[in-house]
Design a protein around this ligand. Structure first.
Ligand code: ZN
Length: 273
């Protein structure tokens, strides 16, 4: 699954390819990807819209259009390709025809991706609307503070590992990055979020930014099937604990357990309970 750094890489790539392009028509070959509005209205509304920018909120891509926004979530396997008149490929489900003669194609083997189109609302209103409305703060925003996390953690019964993955608290931290953040912050992944000290929460904020910034600068992580339009990330070469056997700090064997069904790597010696 693409996580925040991979989506940021896709955003950057797409931005250079499609900003300024006008959408003159769209073919929708798998209708369930379109979540808002109804398919017929979606087709009608998007015609004539120009792509002015490509933004990101958490793992959502947001195409800023002349009169609104197209929100796209890649979920497990979604990818975009910019083509001309090459024959259609099997998993290309949504085809945007652009005025330049090119086509922007949404390719999704698993078909779990989603698109929401909203016209005539501001960006602030968009952030309060489905599917963005319930999401927590962006890791790089000044809204991610000690006070904010203390408030969010104090009533929860989950471990810090689970809370870091909760998109209603912070958006865009996936499993790989949560393992790395907790290792750098020297916090045991099974510690309850509400028991963290101020110092520990501050370290989480610090290392969330450090880990995600580094991953973005390296184009994300390519593990198994995911790559963004042919670009492979390099962050997997920099992983400290995720999928590793030995602690890079003390040299002991790392533990690999499941927390909330997700594979969790940590060092018992460096991340004491
Ligand atoms: Zn260690």
């Amino acid at each position: 699954m693409p996580e925040l750094p991979e989506v940021e890489t896709v955003r950057n790539t797409l931005k250079h390819l499609v900003v300024g392009e006008e959408i003159i028509d769209v073919d929708i070959l798998y209708e369930r990807i379109i979540k808002h509005p109804m398919v017929a209205l979606f087709k009608k509304q998007i015609k004539g819209e120009q792509i002015q920018d490509v933004l990101r909120y958490g793992k959502y891509l947001i195409f800023k259009l002349t009169n609104g926004f197209l929100i796209s979530h890649l979920r497990m396997e979604g990818k975009y390709f910019l083509k001309t008149n090459e024959p259609l490929e099997k998993h290309e489900h949504i085809i945007f025809h652009l005025k330049s003669g090119k086509t922007l194609r949404y390719h999704d083997v698993r078909k779990f991706g989603t698109m929401h189109l909203y016209l005539n609302l501001s960006y602030e209103e968009l952030l309060k609307t489905e599917p963005l409305g319930k999401l927590g703060v962006e890791p790089f925003s000044s809204d991610l503070t000690l006070a904010y996390l203390k408030e969010k953690f104090k009533t929860r019964k989950q471990t810090i590992k689970q809370l870091l993955l909760d998109q209603e608290i912070i958006v865009g931290i996936g499993n790989i990055y949560a393992n790395e953040i907790l290792f750098m912050a020297k916090i045991h992944p099974q510690k309850l979020g509400k028991l963290l000290t101020d110092e520990e929460i501050s370290k989480i904020i610090k290392y969330t930014k450090v880990v995600l910034e580094k991953a973005i600068s390296l184009g994300g992580t390519t593990i198994r099937s995911y790559s963004s339009s042919g670009i492979s990330g390099l962050f997997q070469n920099e992983l400290l604990v995720h999928t590793k056997e030995k602690c890079p700090v003390c040299g002991r064997d790392l533990k690999n357990i499941k927390i909330g069904g997700r594979s969790t790597y940590y060092c018992e010696n460096c991340q004491k309970e």
